[in-house]
Design a protein around this ligand. Structure first.
Ligand code: PFF
Length: 454
């Protein structure tokens, strides 16, 4: 318990790390296909409002707990509510990011495989159905996906074992600016393709008839996932932020970057989808089926350009997935080091073993273990549904109830306003307090029920 805690170097380092956690597969893979399925710009507007009015207050609630206590999830709850049942929230939010990490590493591994394929063999033209079945064939075989899952998780372990400052902070400082450069290059290229303007228009023209209650719940759920809420990663990273830092500005910076990146990913993908004459509502297969088809199609006339864009694209996905995965990894490491007295390397190894095993089961559930069902779902789908639909929202709900209803208002105000030093924060505190106590819990219950009955 007594080990000296590390800190991020400053505000930009903290924002880059938090944005690194937030920006991931959710921005590149989930956001564009949800826009595609749910009415283009109308969805984007709802999403923007969800980020600012719902997810930002929840983000701040988690950050306030971590920043106040300078402890990981379990230690933080023990400090603020000693000897109470709130410690179970601390424990739950150690376990849920590790479950997410296990299957996230499988998808991260697929991206590593596709990056390798873009660098070596490239993608070859067939019917789009043939590309889909190639993807289906790839994930159902045990060998390559397991190897890539192992490599991906190993990469995370190496970064996390180097520590908060020399590992996580350094990696994010290099990768995050690079990610933005990569996505801008792909976006410019995509928009310049013949026929791409229909994709741009699709993203910008709102179709309000598509805004149904389930679209609103989907937008709120997506902002939740995208900002890594409810699973203790924001809390843990905020615990590494220096005492005098302004948490609201850090939160606004993180939400801003996350939003910007999701929008740029939309503009990088949709124009290319339209230029290739493909239906925009392709769904989850967008990245591993639709895009390889587009690269293959481009490759028929301009092989080098197509290969280059494919490499840049999968590199972006791999980096974005890495920066998110290490934030989940760190939650477990912080717990084992601070609460169980493990050395960092030992904690890293233990988590590697646990997540590797669960991830391997998830990976095999697309092939040899496909018949093994939990509540009618494959192991992968079960872990995904359990965490993204239930544990994240449940954890988020408990965090906002804890900060809004259990913590002393004076303490929350002190954290929110940087000890009263920020006039801007003082001016918006009441709005934050209202959103936190009433709007956020209500919205989370709506998302929860929608997920439950959907
Ligand atoms: N925010 C990440 C993404 O958009 O891909 C996903 C994520 C990261 C979820 C970290 C949960 C988490 F703890």
């Amino acid at each position: 318990m007594a080990a000296k805690r590390e800190h991020f170097g400053g505000r930009s380092a903290a924002i880059l790390a938090l944005a690194g956690s937030a920006i991931g597969l959710g921005n590149i893979w989930r956001f564009p296909y949800m826009v595609g399925q749910t009415g283009g710009a109308a969805f984007i507007i709802i999403y923007l409002l969800s980020c600012l009015l719902l997810s930002l207050p929840i983000f701040l609630a988690e950050a306030i707990i971590g920043h106040r206590t300078h402890a990981g999830t379990f230690g933080a709850m023990e400090q603020l509510a000693p000897g109470t049942k709130w410690k179970w929230l601390g424990l739950l939010t150690v376990l849920s990011p590790l479950v997410i990490l296990s299957y996230y590493s499988v998808v991260g591994g697929w991206s590593v495989c596709y990056l390798w394929q873009s660098l070596t063999a490239g993608f070859h033209l067939g019917e789009i159905g043939a590309v889909s079945s190639a993807f289906g064939g790839f994930i159902s075989k045990p060998g390559a996906p397991l190897l890539c899952h192992t490599l991906f998780l190993l990469g995370c372990a190496v970064i996390v074992s180097a520590g908060v400052k020399s590992g996580i902070e350094k990696f994010n400082k290099v990768t995050m600016p690079l990610l933005f450069v990569l996505i801008v290059v792909i976006m410019v290229y995509s928009i310049s393709l013949p026929g791409a303007s229909a994709g741009v228009e699709y993203l910008l023209r709102p179709d309000f008839s598509k805004i149904t209650p389930s679209a609103v719940a989907a937008a709120m759920g997506q902002s939740f996932f995208s900002l890594s809420l409810g699973v203790g990663t924001i809390l843990t990273y905020a615990s590494y932020i220096r005492k005098d830092e302004n948490i609201l500005f850090t939160g606004l910076g993180t939400v801003g970057f996350d939003l910007l990146f999701a929008l740029m990913a939309g503009f990088a993908i949709m124009p290319a989808v339209f230029a290739a004459g493909i239906e925009p509502g392709a769904g989850p297969g967008l990245i591993f089926e639709t895009l390889p088809y587009i690269f293959a199609k481009m490759g028929a006339s301009a092989p080098w350009v197509s290969a280059g864009v494919a490499v840049l694209f999968f590199l972006t996905i791999v980096f974005a997935a890495f920066t998110s995965a290490i934030s989940m990894y760190e939650v477990g490491v912080a717990y084992l080091v601070e609460q169980k007295g493990f050395s960092r390397p030992k904690a890293v190894i233990l988590i590697f073993v646990g997540c590797w095993i669960l991830g391997a089961l998830c990976s095999l559930s697309f092939g040899p273990l496909a018949g093994m069902k939990i509540f009618g779902l494959t192991i992968f789908s079960f872990c995904d549904t359990l965490t993204s639909n239930f544990l994240m929202t449940f954890g988020g709900l408990l965090f906002v109830i804890f900060v809004g209803w259990k913590m002393d208002k004076a303490v929350v105000r002190d954290e929110f306003t940087a000890g009263g030093a920020s006039r801007f924060n003082c001016a918006v505190f009441d709005a934050f307090w209202f959103l936190l106590r009433y709007a956020a819990p209500l919205a989370i219950v709506i998302i929860f029920l929608t997920n439950f009955f959907a």
